[in-house]
Design a protein around this ligand. Sequence first.
Ligand SMILES: [Zn+2]
Length: 623
Amino acid sequence: MKRHIITFMTCVGMLNAFAAPNDNGVKEVKLGGYIGQRIDGCIEKRVLGQSVDELVDPFKVQDETQGRWASEFWGKWIQGAVASYEYNHDPALLEKIKEGERKLIATQLADGYIGDYDKEHQLHGWDVWGRKYTLLGLVKCYRLTKHKEALEAACKLLDYTIKQIGPGAATPIYKTGYYRGMPPLSILEPVTYLYDETGNPAYLQFAKLIAEQMNHPEGPMLIDKADVPVSQRFVLKPGNSWWSFDNGQKGYEMMSCYIGLLEMYRLTGNANYLQVALTTWNHILREEINITGGACSLECWYGGHGKQTHPASHTMETCVTFTWMQFCERLLQITGDTKYVDQIERTMYNALMASMKHDNSQIVKYVPLEGFRREGEHQCDVRINCCNANAPRAFAMIPRIAYRMPKADRIDINLYMPSKAAIQMGKRTFDIVQETNYPVTDEVKITVTPDKAAHADIALRIPDWTPKAQIKVNGEAMDDVACGEYFIIGREWKAGDEITLKMEMPARLAQLNQAAAIERGPVVYARDSRFNDGFVDEVVTIPNLNGAIQMTAEKAPQDMWIAVSVPMVRGTYNDASVDTRKIHLCDFASAGSTWDEGIRYRVWLPILYTPDNPKSGQVQGYW
Ligand SMILES: [Zn+2]
């Protein structure tokens, strides 16, 4: 049996400066099970169900004077539509994309502008931010449809923008938006894509100017302040609100800028762009991301990791959730490190799935860790909001994360769920079938069928949360399976070869600030008042042995995915013989998923303080 293990080198010097995704060999992916159904539901309701005219209408009249953001919705939605089409190849969806492309291009003015701002108010509010989404949408359309009109429209809009804020212009880019200019500066990403498509040196020059201004002392200083925790980079002056220009903490706009800098790293090979993105990513993970893989209060960094046990205003915007996944995906493509998939998986099962109503009809704007979920408002006189427009991009990302080809002779299996993939490796095709009930159960069976016996590397992601994993190929156990990295099986595969992966998945107790939360595998659990087994906010004592707890599978009620029970001692009397009860919990995504405000749920359960064991509830940190 030939086998070997490779630990990825993550130091910058070892990276290929021009590392780009090479997923061309993944011909077809079909995901089933819970995640597959949710993706299908999102495409049906949020992508196909969207009226194109409602998104294009704002572009037909240039009368925006209040600095609003109606011009972001089309670009967000159509990127979700293109990514969804790349997954399901639905002809009706392709027609809808073409309709969106055609109707948007028809709104372009003679000078190249596409937007809804009146001439005097251009370059204020969210105008340049909106152009970013228009450019991204047009370039994604062009790459799919090959319609040269889409590329021409994007170039005309970019040329017009460069005249206004490009090299030599009087107005600096960072002055054309809020939050120390991060929203307009995030236009960097599509500028790099249009340079890819055209090779126009003016676009590279503009991209360099944007990257430079990202570090301007009056701007967000995304390079020089990369070492500073993201919530502490700028101290707000007394009297300045979260919404003022001085606030450099807006979460998803900041991550969008770093995604642009990663594209600059790809174009220029300048490792500093990668380094500042990696440093910032680490800060965000350590100081902001909560147990469900979401972040932010009022859409801003606030040191939320350490404060997550306490309710915070407007928690976990879904746009933040998606952009975090996007940031992780881009770093996965560049570094090949499984830690980015670990984060995507956690966010996917928890923060992202929690964002969509149980019937897939709506995406929520904020997902608190306790309380209830509520439909977001319509924004800017359009029957949609930022998160409803953006989130389908996150759902459509999942299939391309699940199976990736980092190089021509290797397939990475990153996510475990019932699924099928057809992979082209040179002249050979490989059909891969996963059968599993993961993460309810801990075992995955993978059948590999090449059209003719052939060599390939098949890499399995071993999650960082599992203490031990076992892999067998055709019944033969593999040695040295390490957790938190890929296990690569390089061999000649023949039809029907079978891999089994078993990951130990103990239920575990996370503790922080006199509160406890329960996790198993990648899933976080919550109490939910629909179980009718006490008050979800009451103080509890959870018997555990070094964090390991007893969990029993239960039948999930309607509108819930996974239900379990854990014995807990309720209340302050703490008399185990009288007060111990089987307390039910459901996966965080199912908690409050009907958006009925009469339902309450809670992730972080208050735990009892006892003077004879004062440290019982004060264990800091949980991973
Ligand atoms: Zn949003």
